[in-house]
Design a binder for this molecule. Structure first.
Ligand code: AMP
Length: 542
């Protein structure tokens, strides 16, 4: 029997319309590329978004057109999220940390019509202009006063808005139409595009808001270090206005000192980002001898949050929420805030639970399977490849039939490429990326577990464990360490520490020291690069 309820399309534009009416004074504060701090509200932003939508239509944007952005976290980038999708276009965020080849590929593959660019990236565009499609238009995200002399015919963002009405008749878009596009840099082959729908964006925003009520509410001030140019800043540009939480955008200044000062001045309660960013902030907290005023919550995801990092924040009274997800999941899949009965556990137990990747949010189903695709028990012990299913998860890749054919299993679940266990309480533990596992003598060794343990050594600032080829065992683990400032790390002492927690055959064969670890475009440690660097490393027993 058919129900008798209205059907209304879920649309991205409705979120900002709602925020402007119900949370009009919710703030957007941005560190601008021009250097100053800019303040606005959801009510005023809705007016500018309407003007920008008129400007986009005047530029010739038609439904389904891909409009690209190359920009930091700031209010103009936020405005583009809403104006592009709201008026029927597809907001295609490009990661400026990608290689030139990848960027050129992406712009061509997406068939972008217009590229919106922050001032920082003018030299990049000037260098690439000859190789970009000849009919691509460029808009510089600044005002007239800051327009540079350039060989590229940049239009001015503020000119685009100027003189247009502050109201826009948002079209009634089919909720399954595309609203956003984001490419992930695969480790092999070309980047693949995830094409989000209006429906998936709205559902994702609601699921994230429900899952993280402490961070997402009208009294909260949130600082997304996680970029608008990748993984939709974990859904914050939608979930924050939906709940009325204020957004504090750090622009390009992502070092520990700049983040500390902005958080402190703006009384940020909750800050979201990848572990590498928090290393910088923790260093600044150490230097200042205090935490930023008002900071009470840090969401860590994108790669595994080391236990020592979680402990460092918690020891300062800052709640850590360890989250997991991926671009193809819009991107949030799990969150690790403790339920009230777990809050009372002793610190060690709480840290153990918080080191796991958390529990699924509403709308995301999880399963782990063996190599034959058979579902494995959720016993916290058995590790298998993690598959996901839900309304906010990709069913394939944009204009890429080959990758689409490989994305789902025969039951329609999406393969994440992560290895994981799930325990009886539903806590997910990512044991490794399938391709980062080390296979030694036919047995698997988790690089993540070893890294976590090594990070607990006070002289280790950062580290990674990779496989290096071995004549007898096929692969053996190598520990690559960045020592903490001015510290000497003793190799034998470090291996002895690991020897206490791991079986002898799991302990790395060697330790090498380096000043910095190579990072991917999304701020994760690039194990692919590390494996190439140390491919010929001679292990002590070789
Ligand atoms: P991306 O699409 O760039 O967000 O990358 C997604 C991948 O990042 C996942 O498949 C995981 O391998 C990794 N990842 C994300 N969050 C975590 C986490 N909390 N712990 C471990 N790995 C993570």
């Amino acid at each position: 029997m058919q129900a008798m309820m209205m059907h209304r399309n879920m649309k991205v534009a409705d979120i900002l319309t709602f925020a402007a009416e119900i949370h009009p004074t919710g703030e957007i504060v941005s560190r601008r590329t021009e250097g100053d701090l800019h303040r606005t509200t959801y009510a005023d932003t809705a007016k500018r978004v309407a003007q920008l939508a008129h400007g986009l239509v005047a530029l010739g944007m038609t439904p389904g057109d891909r409009i690209a952005t190359l920009a930091w976290n700031g209010y103009r980038h936020f405005e583009l999220y809403y104006a592009i999708s709201g008026a029927g276009g597809v907001c295609h965020t490009i990661n400026p940390r990608l290689s030139q080849e990848q960027m050129l590929y992406i712009v061509g593959h997406a068939d972008d019509k217009v590229l919106f660019v922050d001032l920082t990236f003018v030299p990049m565009i000037e260098a690439l202009a000859d190789q970009l499609p000849p009919d691509l238009r460029f808009v510089l995200m600044t005002d007239k006063a800051h327009m540079p002399d350039s060989a590229v015919a940049f239009l001015c963002y503020e000119d685009l808005l100027d003189g247009h009405p502050t109201q826009f008749e948002w079209p009634d878009i089919d909720e399954n139409d595309a609203a956003g596009l984001c490419y992930t840099s695969g480790t092999t082959g070309n980047p693949k595009g995830t094409l989000f729908s209006h429906r998936s964006m709205v559902l994702h925003a609601m699921s994230v808001a429900i899952a993280l009520p402490k961070a997402l509410n009208q009294s909260s001030r949130i600082l997304p270090v996680v970029p608008l140019f990748h993984v939709n800043a974990w859904g914050l540009p939608y979930a924050a206005p939906l709940t009325g939480a204020s957004l504090i955008f750090p622009g390009p200044a992502l070092d520990g000192e700049s983040l500390f000062n902005l958080m402190d001045a703006e009384k940020v309660y909750s800050a979201w980002g990848v572990p590498t960013v928090w290393l910088g902030l923790l260093g600044q907290i150490e230097a200042e001898g205090r935490i930023p005023d008002g900071l009470g919550d840090v969401v860590i995801g994108g790669s595994a949050a080391p236990r020592s990092m979680i402990e460092a924040f918690e020891a300062k009274g800052i709640n850590v929420c360890h989250a997991w997800g991926m671009t193809e999941m819009s991107p949030v899949g799990t969150q690790g805030n403790l339920t009230p009965h777990l809050e009372d556990l002793p610190l060690e137990d709480r840290l153990n639970i918080k080191s796991k990747q958390g529990r699924r949010i509403f709308g995301v189903d999880l399963k782990i399977v063996d190599e034959a695709g058979v579902a494995l028990p959720h016993d916290g012990q058995t590790s298998g490849e993690l598959y996901v299913r839900g309304n906010t998860i990709a069913s394939g890749y944009f204009n890429n039939p080959d990758a689409t054919a490989d994305a789902l299993d025969s039951d329609g679940w999406f393969g994440t490429g992560d290895m994981a266990t799930i325990d009886g309480d539903g806590y997910l533990t990512i044991t490794d990326r399938a391709k980062d596992l080390i296979k030694s003598g036919g047995e698997w060794i988790s690089s993540l577990d070893l890294e976590n343990a090594a990070m607990a050594h006070p002289c280790v600032a950062n580290c990674a464990v990779i496989a290096v080829p071995h004549a007898k065992w096929d692969e053996r683990p190598l520990l690559v360490v960045v020592p903490a400032d001015g510290q000497q790390v003793d190799k034998a002492e470090l291996l002895a520490l690991l020897g206490k927690q791991f079986a002898k055959w799991q302990v790395p064969d060697d330790v090498v020291f380096t000043d910095a670890l190579p990072l991917t475009a999304t701020g994760k440690i690039s194990k692919l690069t590390l494996r190439a660097i140390y491919a010929d490393h001679v292990l002590p027993d070789a």
